[in-house]
Design a protein around this ligand. Structure first.
Ligand SMILES: [Zn+2]
Ligand SMILES: [Zn+2]
Length: 103
C-alpha cells in the first residue's frame, strides 16, 4: 500500500501505523520436539489445559468509565501457551510488546 501518508504518520505516532498493520504474520507457536505445546518464552513442555498454563488469546476490549478496560470479548485462541513462571516473571517487569499509539 503506497497511498498513505507514511512520513506524516511516522511524525505523528513515531511509527507508521499503516505499515505496522501490514507486518508479516508472527512465527508459528512454539512446539516441543514431540510436537506438543511448549511455553512461548522458555520453550519447556506445557499442558495446554491446566491451571498452570496461560493461553494467548486475541479479543476486543473497550475503555471503562473511571479507567481501565472491561472484560475481553470475542476472544479467539492463538494456540500459544506460556508457563505461569514466565508470565509472572515477565508481567512484573516491562511490557513485552509495542504499545498502541494514543491520540
Ligand atoms: Zn507507512
Ligand atoms: Zn516458560
Amino acid at each position: 500500500m503506497d497511498d498513505h501518508d507514511h512520513d506524516g504518520l511516522v511524525e505523528r505516532y513515531g511509527d507508521c501505523i499503516v505499515c505496522l498493520a501490514e507486518e508479516p504474520p508472527p512465527p508459528p507457536p512454539k512446539r516441543t520436539a514431540e510436537g506438543g505445546p511448549a511455553c512461548e518464552f522458555c520453550e519447556t513442555s506445557v499442558v495446554a489445559v491446566s491451571p498452570d498454563t496461560y493461553r494467548l488469546v486475541q479479543g476486543w476490549i473497550r475503555p471503562r468509565k473511571g479507567g481501565g478496560t472491561n472484560a475481553l470479548r470475542l476472544a479467539t485462541e492463538q494456540h500459544r501457551y506460556a508457563c505461569s513462571d514466565c508470565v509472572m516473571r515477565l508481567s512484573s517487569g516491562k511490557p513485552t510488546g509495542p504499545t498502541l499509539p494514543t491520540t
